[in-house]
Design a binder for this molecule. Sequence first.
Ligand SMILES: NC(=O)c1ccc[n+]([C@@H]2O[C@H](COP(=O)([O-])OP(=O)(O)OC[C@H]3O[C@@H](n4cnc5c(N)ncnc54)[C@H](O)[C@@H]3O)[C@@H](O)[C@H]2O)c1
Ligand SMILES: O=C(O)[C@H](O)COP(=O)(O)O
Length: 520
Amino acid sequence: MKVLVTDPIDDAGLARLRSAGLDVETDFDIDTAGVLEKIADVDAMLIRGTEITREVFENAPNLKIVSRAGIGVDNIDIPAATDHGVIVANAPRGNVYAAAEHTIGLAFNAAKQIPQAHMQVQAGGWDGASFDALELGDMTAGIVGLGRLGQEVAWRLDNLGMDLLAYDPYLGEARARQMGIELVELDELLERVDMLSVQARLTDETRGLIGPEEIDRFAGDLIVLTSRGGIVDEPALADAVESGEIAAAGVDVFSTEPPEDNPLLDVENVVVTPHLGAKTHNAQVNVAVTAADSIISALEGDLVQNALNLSSTDASSDPRTRGYVDVAETASKIALRLFEGRVESIEIEYAGDLADEDTNLVTAAVFNPFGWQDVVVDAPTRIAEQRGIQVVESKRRETEDYQSLVSITVSDGVRELTVSGTLFGDNEPRLVEIDGFRVDATPYGHMLISRNRDEPGVIGALGSVFGEYDVNIAGMANARESIDGEAMSVYNLDDPVTPELLEELESDTRVTGVTAIDLD
Ligand SMILES: NC(=O)c1ccc[n+]([C@@H]2O[C@H](COP(=O)([O-])OP(=O)(O)OC[C@H]3O[C@@H](n4cnc5c(N)ncnc54)[C@H](O)[C@@H]3O)[C@@H](O)[C@H]2O)c1
Ligand SMILES: O=C(O)[C@H](O)COP(=O)(O)O
């Protein structure tokens, strides 16, 4: 069977593949177009940064796995892989220590202006007074994204004597407390910390998370970026360091790599490295061997430990649960968007016929919307619990109105919110309960959920606002608590919801809340 390797990896990984009897083709200069030319007879791909688009999966009849020698998989269209039954796997542990060390290295280099001083001395200069170094030990550091890498960075900063805060919406408070870290909201973090360290992964939610407004709000001296470009606004950061509002920054990752016309490259107190975080010998051996092992497992039909998606071949192996994988993921995504607290526990209830089935894959899908890199298909509950989120799974045979029902309840210990879904007719997903409202809504595309007082004229008024913004309503489901009480409307829209439209809907005093959710 043929494995195409499109990025340089350590020889240990290539040797592993060859010793398993696989036919290994390496082509490190290849781009996505080149992949398309070669993919027709390829069974597995081993990659790092090569972009793997939907088109690749559409033209790869034999492809069973795309294995990433590293952590980030933002270069792979995972939904397209799932649609084509292709497993996507990564190497979630192999380079974390290397990247954490690099983060600390960048922090020191930027804070002490070491590269600038080095260049001064090499050029014959000797003017220590021209540098204005920062001291890390007395600082409070704020970590955005307290996952595997964030935690390793935190441990190292803690040992330097720093106080620690973190912002991570998908981590339980108890887990953070165990590490001696205070979890706070992003705005508070930006106002309280001296050093900001960004270790979240790049998702639709984190893209642009730290924009010009957040850079402006940041009251500290030092920013270090080592997870992914695109999370922090680069021109705003460059301006802030240039003007001295922020003393220094250390940047390993860029929105486009290699960076082109990137303003960060022109600012003296921004220390840059070429995505160097993972490039130690140990890390490169680790990730290459892990990625190769995933390929060998997949091609031998064994469980792929580091699989990140529920490939449709897995999901379709049991037609009785297949449709509920999507229902559960959607219900979880909506519950997370609507819930206003920090999720400390999640209850997954299977009712009706589904209670008799093996629901492991459905449970794994519940965790897809959490911004984690590693929801391993066979152990989602353990992984959630490691992140301080308690998981309760229950099954009951009887349901009032549905053949099967999956309900997701998120709670912060005080408040809770439930979203339930089922399949109608020909496997058509439906949401039937959202936060106590009985609805009949089809989850797809651009959705908007509004809560408003149940008064005449409100729905018409909202409809006019959609019209004003040229947003067409494709479908709508309405539910209410009681006459004159609160009502909920769930809209399917043909067009995306803009922030201006949201603001205008919210400005109606009869509206108590609006949430836009994109499902595709
Ligand atoms: N520079 C490098 O060479 C290098 C090396 C290793 C890893 N990385 C990158 O670092 C990133 C993190 O890796 P990891 O292994 O820690 O992943 P992870 O999944 O363990 O951690 C990501 C964390 O981000 C959090 N998160 C999700 N959405 C968030 C949001 N909106 N705001 C704040 N936090 C949010 C998650 O809850 C999670 O705790 C990945 O993108 C990886 O590719 C870069
Ligand atoms: O996601 C990762 O593992 C790191 O960013 C390293 O990526 P690389 O393989 O492109 O060095």
